[in-house]
Write a protein that binds this ligand. Structure first.
Ligand SMILES: CC(C)(COP(=O)(O)OP(=O)(O)OC[C@H]1O[C@@H](n2cnc3c(N)ncnc32)[C@H](O)[C@@H]1OP(=O)(O)O)[C@@H](O)C(=O)NCCC(=O)NCCS
Length: 168
């Protein structure tokens, strides 16, 4: 029988073993050549030490939230959220391991983000997507996000960004 997908939050209470596993998965997924240009402004690789600073710096009041999609004990997808009372609830990053794409995992993580924003009493959820990222534009629009702004020349190669928001 195929193992079920689990969505698990990584937070300040997580064990060092889980934090280490998260950090390795995050750098692997974010630096993957197929994913990297959709997740970076600069084209510079993400380093373990950068991730360690973020993950080991988490505390009970952190705005950042990290959800992992886990199958057969392997992290195959990650969504990074920011719950910011001044600027809104945001999807800051989403990445799926290339071999696991087009299996509905990104969709499940976006739906988890929407549920988390609602549970935290936010009225809207927003995200920034590069204008050349058809998969993420499709995924967000299918989930009820609407474009509301374009920011010109945001990535190292001049790509524009589309800002999208869903009312909750
Ligand atoms: C964007 C991304 C997260 C989608 O994850 P995924 O698990 O493959 O997506 P799903 O299987 O849940 O697909 C959901 C919908 O998204 C759209 N979609 C996904 N991949 C697509 C593709 N290659 N081309 C067109 N539409 C696509 C489709 O509408 C799809 O629904 P369908 O399968 O019923 O047609 C994944 O491609 C990824 O990790 N990309 C690199 C990193 C990135 O772009 N992150 C977003 C920036 S914040």
């Amino acid at each position: 029988m195929e193992k079920k997908l689990e969505i698990v939050e990584l937070n300040y209470k997580s064990s060092d073993k889980d934090k280490g596993r998260y950090i390795r998965a995050h750098t692997e997924i974010w630096n993957n050549p197929e994913n990297h240009k959709y997740l970076s402004f600069t084209g510079q690789p993400f380093s373990d030490s950068m991730l360690e600073e973020w993950i080991y710096g988490l505390n009970k009041d952190s705005q950042m939230r990290y959800f992992t999609a886990i199958k057969t004990d392997i992290v195959i997808g990650i969504i990074v959220l920011k719950a910011d009372v001044l600027n809104g609830f945001e999807i800051c990053g989403l990445g799926i391991k290339p071999n696991f794409k087009r299996q509905g995992i990104g969709n499940q993580l976006v739906q988890k983000a929407i549920a988390d924003a609602k549970n935290s009493n936010y009225r809207a959820i927003q995200t920034l997507v590069y204008a050349d990222n058809l998969p993420m534009l499709m995924l967000t629009i299918k989930n009820g996000f609407q474009p509301y702004r374009i920011d010109i020349n945001q990535r190292y190669d001049g790509a524009n960004i589309v800002a999208l928001k869903k009312q909750l």
